[in-house]
Design a binder for this molecule. Structure first.
Ligand code: CMC
Length: 443
């Protein structure tokens, strides 16, 4: 009868160990018993960038990268994108079930009641340079919120956690909109609680002198869908940052700032900005072959392509590509879409991309829509961070209450010098010899 175990023979000692297999994994700690002798620390795994390590158990988001499947709490992403709203999806992600009418109304009310910023937060934001990147402003301001809400430190209290979740989801669009208005020298627009989450965000961004700002329903819905698609994505770089930083038991504002900082990078949430810049640089379809050639030569990356988990078309990119055309009905066609579609066509027929299973990801088409909606490229990562906040908070809360979790603290393989004695400065090597020894290219 087959057993859920694996036998490992250590050829250094000839000893065999039987390790349990659970959920298709072995516990890395079970390897520690594998030792050459009593003094030996025990076997570890080497997994830079955690490509084959499950760092947690999670019930939030399921991805099958080979089949291109994405589900939040069991619900397929295409059904949520078609039928849900961002706040309903955020409730699902944070609490685990779709809300009934009463719960959705209460959730919406509670979040809407937290959209305003303390006046001092605004003053804090005004300390940034006039041309500060809005994502830098967002990261800094979210971290600063921890100083406004010291009560947030009580992370083991469920009511305290719930309050911070409402505050953060409520305030993210306001911080983002203020960062945008500040960069243009425009007055801040107070949140309008009569509007939807996305409608209010559009109002805070774009309202000028209108008495009542009425967002275009097609554009409002497009933003809603984009927010749903970006709400969570299991253990990506920023979710991992949220969990790792949160594992020190710091308050959720500080952990969210760390997650947002991770998202800012061009390989993660900054890729949408990079993708649009790249399409703009390519400019027209006739320049695509030369561009592809430079990608294949390793000179640059095709931004918005490739994924650690998806080895098939990212299901979010499929939905985004479709809504792009709905948005263009209202805004007029963004000519970059033609470059993007042709770039995708050529790439998907090219052996380089086929053999590496590189497909468009969520960032390939989202920037084109954001641009059509009137957002500057620097705001794109911020538009990713707003909806991802619900995902980060769900991941964080799951980590806080998981009895398996402790402070995140990986191991290393030490490759530096063995012990050596301090050398007085007068007897250290001549400049040329020292120069050769310095870790050039690293720092
Ligand atoms: N353009 C050209 N080549 C690529 C690309 C790309 N976008 N992505 C991967 N490759 C190549 C890579 O050079 C490597 O080739 P080789 O085997 O010859 O060395 C191979 O494909 C495997 O790539 P990898 O770097 O080992 O894959 P990874 O899992 O470490 O990286 C990734 C995943 C998303 C960072 C990477 O695909 C990438 O840099 N893409 C561009 C940036 C991007 O669009 N990021 C958004 C990701 S989706 C939204 C999010 O969750 O943030």
């Amino acid at each position: 009868m087959a057993k859920d175990t694996i036998s490992v023979t250590d050829n250094r000692t000839g000893k065999t160990y039987e390790l349990p297999i659970e959920n298709g994994t072995i516990r890395a700690m079970d390897l520690r018993q594998i030792k050459v002798d009593k003094e030996d620390f025990g076997l570890m795994t080497y997994d830079p960038s955690l490509g084959n390590t499950a760092s947690c158990k999670s019930a939030i988001t399921f991805i099958d990268g080979d089949k291109g499947i994405l589900r939040y709490r069991g619900y397929p992403i295409d059904q949520l994108a078609e039928k849900s709203t961002y706040l309903e999806t955020a409730y699902l992600i944070v609490k685990g079930e779709l809300p009934n009418r009463e719960h959705l109304d209460a959730w919406t009310y509670n979040i809407t009641m937290h959209t305003m910023l303390h006046e001092n937060t605004k003053k804090f934001m005004e300390g940034f340079r006039y041309d500060a990147h809005p994502m830098g402003m967002l990261v800094g301001t979210v971290a600063a919120l921890s100083t406004f809400y010291p009560d947030a430190k009580d992370i083991h209290d469920i009511e305290c956690r719930r309050l911070q979740v409402r505050r953060l989801i409520g305030k993210m669009p306001t911080i983002a909109a203020y960062a945008y208005r500040y960069s243009l020298g425009l007055p801040y627009v107070q949140p309008d609680n009569e509007l939807t989450y996305c409608g209010n965000f559009l109002s805070m961004l774009f309202r000028m002198t209108e008495r009542n700002y009425k967002p275009n329903p097609v554009l409002e819905r497009a933003l809603e869908v984009l927010f749903i698609l970006h709400a969570d994505h299991e253990q990506n770089c920023s979710a991992n940052a949220m969990r790792a930083v949160g594992s020190s038991r710091v308050d959720p504002y500080s952990a969210t700032a760390a997650a947002a900082a991770a998202l800012y990078g061009p390989l993660h949430g900054g890729a949408n900005e990079e993708a649009v810049n790249m399409l703009q640089e390519i400019g027209s379809a006739d320049k695509i072959p030369a561009f592809i050639k430079s990608v294949k030569a390793g000179e640059r990356k095709l931004m918005g392509f490739g994924h650690r988990v998806y080895k098939n078309y990212d299901p979010r990119a499929k939905i985004i590509k479709k809504i792009a055309y709905e948005v263009f009905e209202v805004t007029g066609r963004n000519p970059l879409i033609d470059v993007a579609v042709e770039l995708e066509r050529i790439a998907l027929e090219d052996e380089y991309f086929i053999s590496r299973k590189l497909y468009p990801n969520v960032d390939f088409y989202s920037g084109i829509i954001y641009q059509a909606l009137g957002f500057p490229a620097s705001l794109f990562p911020v538009l990713f961070a707003i909806p991802r906040t619900s995902g980060w908070l769900a991941q964080w809360a799951e980590n806080v209450i998981d009895p398996d979790q402790k402070i995140t603290r990986p191991r290393q393989i030490f490759t530096g010098e063995a012990e050596r004695s301090y050398v007085p400065i007068e007897t250290r090597p001549a400049p040329q010899t020292l120069e050769r020894k310095l870790l050039r290219g690293r720092l």
